[in-house]
Structure formats: structure tokens, C-alpha cells
Ligand binder design. Structure first.
Ligand SMILES: Cc1ncc(COP(=O)(O)O)c(C=O)c1O
Length: 445
């Protein structure tokens, strides 16, 4: 066995892989990474077009973050959560500055699912109510209640899950039957009316929160057609004393060309969850930011949340350095500018490739749905089923040509680090285009 095979064999023998039957794992052994690229042990280069799990926003191997981590390690690596460090307070302040409205106080976790768990607990404590309404096509993490909250099929193995999650339908104008007989704008409003009806039917005195991804991520980058959707959701939450929680774990920190996905809609949630881009993956960290009203409530009432690694000093240092880089390198503006260009380039791709059914996204956050037939919209691979032959061929073409992309069912994602430039983007898009020639062959006329 060569070195690569040794590494893979040891990993497969002694460690588990997520969300799969273990024998199907087919990992790349990564030796090093820099900027938008990583390399395997044979020296093969991959462009990181999924930003790993949509988090390496500032790119790999940034010395500024590495140094901040080392400096913090030298000073103090950890204190228990009821002691404080300078960096924890500075990070809290930096988050208050970039989050919308009066989301001014943060509780730190180690990742996204923990942030969701604690956000739901806070909403329940604050309102004294129990139920949380979420969307079917969403993902909020793999822990028990977070997995129940996600509507994504990754929740199905733990069903019935927690009893206080209620799922509602998504603003998925391309496929949802709600949009079949009306315009996308009308469909959005019907969904809002249904949300209000759901709250009434469940009992307004039992609904604590509505939890939505600030901008939908791994469920297919499904966005409402106008900001009116979010404005109406905000009004409904206010009317029934329901806490609006925006999950920005994936869509936060510039991914969509704004600091947070919800910033596209001009709406301020009561609670926001963050992780991933908060540190760009240099170290694990998540956060739950709350508005002033909720913060005031917890001045007098116990915050029944706690984690050994709450506000880990070294993770906080990584986050603070990462946030500085978003500012210094103008990465969010880069995502917005390249996003405009990408939109145009993907439109051209749509015109060229009959297997492309719909292209959705903003900033550097895009999903392409592949279909066998544009009229019937029959998927190139069925939802929640093993990938079809055409999708497997497409996925293996991308990988063998040095593009590490997220491919799921009939969906292909384009989510590179925000430090990418246009030439790098074009180089990768030429390979994506060749890959779509494969699926084009499976189009039924
Ligand atoms: C929107 C969203 N929320 C929460 C999570 C869970 O984050 P983590 O995997 O860090 O627990 C994810 C992970 O992909 C996510 O996309």
C-alpha cells in the first residue's frame, strides 16, 4: 500500500463517516490546503467548490488566523465559562457590530447544532411556550432536537423526534404544488397565510418560535421571490408573541454577498444562530445572538444553558481574526460582485445545457437542479434516493478534474471560498460545463 492508501485504510478502520453506510465512504486524503485549493498526498490539486461544508469562507491557510490562535494559546487557552477573557468580550462586541438591529448579546457554543439547541431553549424559556415551527426543506444540525427541527430527510432515522417541532412548507416555487396555480409572489403570501393558520391551529399560546434559515442552504438554496415573505413572517411572529429565529449557520458571514442571509430581506430576527463562517473552520465555534428584549429577560431570569466549551478562548481568537479578515480583505463585497457575474455566467450555462432545470442563488451560494426534461421537471436523480447513474458520472467527472463540489440527488452546488477571483471561478466553471455535457446526454426529449 502507498501512503495515501495507508491513511485512508486507517481512517476507514478506526473512524466513522457521517450520514452513510461506512463501506461506501470514498474520502480524499488531504495533505495541505491554501486559499481556495487543497491537495492530496499525490500532489493532486482540488478547487474547494463547496468550501468544505460551506464554511472555509476566508480560504485555507491564512497566517493571520493561525497567528491569532498561537498568540491566544500562549496567553491562556481556556477558562471556565464564568471567568472571562479579553477576546470573548471583543468577539461579542464585533458580532454586535455586524449583526442586524439590536442583536447585541451572544452565547457561544462549539458549532451550529449546539447553537440551534440553545436558541430553541432560549425561545422556549423567554416565551414560556413550547412549540417551534420550522420548514420541511431545511437543515439545522445533527443533534436530536436540531435534527428534528430540520425537515431534511436526515431527520427521518430519529423520527418521531421531539414532539414540539411543527414543520411547514417552503417557498419552493420551482416544485411546490402551492405555486402551481399562482405567481411566485402570490405563492409566498399563501405560505405566510398558512403559517398564521398553523399558529392558530396549534394554539398561539403554545408556539414559542419560528426557526428559518436566513437563506436556505443544503436543502437547495430555496428562496422566496420577494422580501415581502420575510416581512410578513416577521409581522405574524410579532402578532402572536412568537420568537423569530434566523439560522445563519450556513448563510452567515458573507456567503450570500451580505453579512447575513436575512440582510437581503431587511428583517431583524429576535435570535440569530451562527457557526461555520464565524471562524471559517479554523477552530470550532458557534453563537446565539439575541435582541435586547431577550437579553433583558435573562438579566432577571436564569439562562438555563451551559457548555464546558462555552466561549473557548482560542476559538474566540480565531473568530475575531476571521471577522477582521472579512473587513480587511472586503470579502463580502467580493462575494456580492462575483455573485452578480456568476449569475450571468450561470444563465449562459442554463441556455447551453438542457439538463439544467433551474439555477438558484446569490453571492457565492448557488444550487443547480438537473432534470431529465425541462417541461416535466423530472429530476435527474430522485429526492432522498441513492444518486442516479448520470449524477454519479457527473460527480466523478468533477472530482477527477480537480473540483471538490457538493452534489446531492439532482443538485449541484457552487459555493467556493469568498476569497476566490474571477479567473479561478472561470477555470472551475469550464469544468462544471463539461460535467453538464454528461447529464445533457440523459435528457429525454
Ligand atoms: C443552516 C444550518 N444550521 C445548522 C447546521 C449545523 O451545524 P453543525 O454541523 O456545526 O452542528 C448546519 C450544518 O450544515 C446548517 O447548514
Amino acid at each position: 500500500m502507498n501512503q495515501t492508501q495507508d491513511i485512508i485504510a486507517m481512517n476507514k478502520k478506526y473512524t466513522y463517516f457521517s450520514w452513510m453506510a461506512q463501506e461506501t465512504a470514498n474520502p480524499i486524503a488531504v495533505e495541505k490546503a491554501k486559499g481556495i485549493y487543497f491537495w492530496d498526498y499525490e500532489g493532486k490539486r482540488y478547487a474547494d467548490f463547496s468550501s468544505q461544508l460551506i464554511l472555509t469562507n476566508i480560504g485555507h491557510g491564512d497566517e493571520r488566523v493561525n497567528n491569532a490562535i498561537i498568540e491566544q494559546m500562549k496567553q491562556v487557552h481556556y477558562v471556565q465559562p464564568n471567568l472571562v477573557t479579553k477576546v470573548r468580550g471583543e468577539l461579542g462586541k464585533a458580532l454586535a457590530e455586524v449583526t442586524p438591529g439590536d442583536l447585541n448579546k451572544a452565547f457561544f457554543t462549539l458549532g451550529g447544532a449546539e447553537a440551534i439547541e440553545n436558541a430553541m431553549k432560549m425561545a422556549r424559556m423567554y416565551t414560556g411556550k413550547q412549540k417551534i415551527i420550522t420548514r420541511y426543506r431545511s437543515y439545522h444540525g445533527g443533534t436530536f432536537a436540531a435534527a428534528s427541527a430540520g425537515g431534511d430527510p436526515r431527520r427521518i432515522p430519529i423520527e418521531p423526534g421531539v414532539g414540539w417541532i411543527i414543520h411547514m412548507h417552503d417557498p419552493y416555487s420551482y416544485r411546490s404544488p402551492i405555486y402551481r396555480h399562482c405567481s411566485p409572489e402570490e405563492g409566498d403570501m399563501i405560505l405566510c397565510d398558512l403559517l398564521e393558520e398553523t399558529i392558530q391551529l396549534e394554539g398561539a399560546n403554545t408556539v414559542a418560535g419560528v426557526l428559518l434559515e436566513g437563506y436556505s442552504g443544503s436543502s437547495g438554496v430555496i428562496a422566496p421571490s420577494t422580501p415581502a415573505y420575510w416581512k410578513r413572517v416577521r409581522e405574524i411572529c410579532d402578532k402572536y408573541n412568537v420568537v423569530l429565529i434566523a439560522d445563519e449557520v450556513m448563510s452567515g458571514f458573507g456567503r450570500t454577498g451580505k453579512w447575513f442571509g436575512i440582510d437581503h430581506y431587511g428583517v431583524v430576527p429576535d435570535i440569530m444562530t451562527m457557526a461555520k463562517g464565524l471562524t471559517s473552520g479554523y477552530l470550532p465555534l458557534g453563537a446565539v445572538s439575541t435582541n435586547e428584549k431577550i437579553a433583558a429577560y435573562f438579566e432577571k431570569n436564569m439562562l438555563a444553558c451551559g457548555l464546558t466549551y462555552n466561549a473557548h478562548a482560542v476559538s474566540c481568537a480565531a473568530a475575531l481574526a476571521t471577522i477582521k479578515i472579512y473587513h480587511e480583505d472586503k470579502l463580502i463585497q467580493n462575494a456580492a460582485d462575483l455573485g452578480q457575474k456568476l449569475k450571468h455566467k450561470l444563465q449562459l450555462m442554463y441556455e447551453k445545457h438542457p439538463s439544467i432545470g433551474e439555477v438558484r442563488g446569490v453571492g457565492l451560494h448557488w444550487c443547480i437542479e438537473l432534470v431529465k426534461n425541462r417541461k416535466t421537471r423530472e429530476e435527474m436523480s430522485e429526492w432522498n434516493k441513492p444518486m442516479s447513474k448520470p449524477m454519479l458520472e457527473l460527480s466523478s467527472y468533477l472530482r477527477s478534474n480537480g473540483i471538490a463540489a457538493f452534489v446531492r440527488w439532482n443538485q449541484v452546488y457552487i459555493c467556493p471560498p469568498l476569497c476566490i477571483n474571477e479567473a479561478q471561478l472561470d477555470e472551475a466553471l469550464a469544468i462544471y460545463s463539461k460535467a453538464f455535457e454528461i447529464t445533457d446526454k440523459y435528457v429525454l426529449n
